[in-house]
Design a protein around this ligand. Structure first.
Ligand SMILES: NC(=O)c1ccc[n+]([C@@H]2O[C@H](COP(=O)([O-])OP(=O)(O)OC[C@H]3O[C@@H](n4cnc5c(N)ncnc54)[C@H](OP(=O)(O)O)[C@@H]3O)[C@@H](O)[C@H]2O)c1
Length: 287
């Protein structure tokens, strides 16, 4: 029996659907049955728990063999304790294996707001005594599109403090495909793997590809962290202006430029290119 947390979310939901289609016994962990009914195929077994509730996690993880732990999001302190609660509950429940979605930049010197959060989770996983697979994810293609490229349409400019840094975006569907491949073969795939796209692109290249696929040209203008934060603070609540500006600092330092071939090794195919992702998304938006 495989339990997938974050099952109402994009990645978790896609992992559930993939594992079900492969014939596995799957349980989705959700916070709200009604949201689950809207977002998951009918007939999926559900358990309700919040990462904040240790006793609900203990009940949710009872009699589960393998746990797919989709990382939490939000305030760094809260996310750190969400991951800690889930890892502790998984170990106490006697789980056979945990798959965790981490991030590519967990370096000690990383400026990224979430780097210490994921370092902490990885340290807890290594110490918890349960065999585990950590999948360090690059930036989601959807994140770049939704948070940076699409909002740049109105002004025609993408303003980020990312310098000439490069990233190798990977789509959430591809992340889910790799997570499901690991969850389906937990005995064979252990250790730490990096999930990235097959090509690292600078933001000028990404805006140029966006221009081809979205019929709207936007230009990339590197800016200072201060300029970015003052403009982002008008649109985003805390901690996001700081989180995104420190993410850009990490990108500028080259911490997201690595291209790994782990995705192909795990799934047997190449990840979707950023251009194909943008084409697919643009054509889905028209239908
Ligand atoms: N690499 C990247 O570029 C990138 C970008 C953004 C996020 N991420 C990380 O990747 C994760 C998955 O991404 P996604 O797009 O699938 O996110 P998503 O669609 O927002 O899904 C997040 C899931 O986590 C659940 N969740 C949130 N807080 C929870 C809590 N306290 N207890 C239990 N469940 C909780 C949500 O449940 P509800 O439906 O009840 O809210 C939802 O099912 C994110 O959570 C974040 O950690 C990575």
């Amino acid at each position: 029996m495989i339990l997938v947390t974050g099952a109402t979310g994009h990645v978790g939901g896609a992992v559930v659907r993939r594992l079900v289609s492969l014939g596995h016994d799957v349980v989705g962990m959700v916070r709200d049955h009604r949201a689950a009914a809207k977002r998951l195929p009918s007939g999926i077994a559900l358990r309700v728990a919040d990462y904040e509730d240790a006793s609900a996690l203990a009940k949710a993880f009872a009699d589960i063999d393998d746990i797919v732990l989709i990382s939490s999001d939000g305030d760094a302190n809260a996310v750190t304790s969400h991951h800690a609660n889930a890892i502790e509950a998984a170990a106490a429940a006697g789980a056979r294996h945990i798959v965790f979605t981490s991030i590519v930049d967990v370096g000690d010197q990383s400026p990224f707001y979430f780097a210490p959060v994921y370092r902490d989770a990885e340290r807890r996983l290594a110490a918890c005594g349960v065999p585990m697979t950590i999948l360090r994810c690059g930036l989601y293609a959807e994140f770049i599109l939704d948070h940076w490229l699409s909002p740049g349409r109105a002004s025609g400019e993408l303003l980020l403090p990312a310098g000439s840094g490069r990233v190798a975006p990977i789509s959430r569907d591809d992340v889910a495909a790799a997570v499901a491949a690991v969850a389906a073969n937990p005995d064979k795939i252990a250790g730490i793997h990096a999930l990235t796209g097959h090509l690292a692109l600078g933001f000028s290249e990404m805006t140029a590809i966006y221009g081809e696929t979205a019929a709207r040209q936007i230009g990339y203008r590197p800016c200072s962290a201060e300029e970015y934060r003052s403009s982002a603070s008008a649109q985003l609540d805390d901690p996001w202006p700081f989180a995104f500006s420190t993410l850009c600092a990490s990108i500028a330092e080259g911490r997201y430029s690595r291209v790994a071939n782990d995705f192909a090794a795990l799934t047997g195919r190449e990840p979707e290119s950023f251009r194909d992702f943008l084409r697919r998304t643009a054509s889905a938006a028209k239908t």
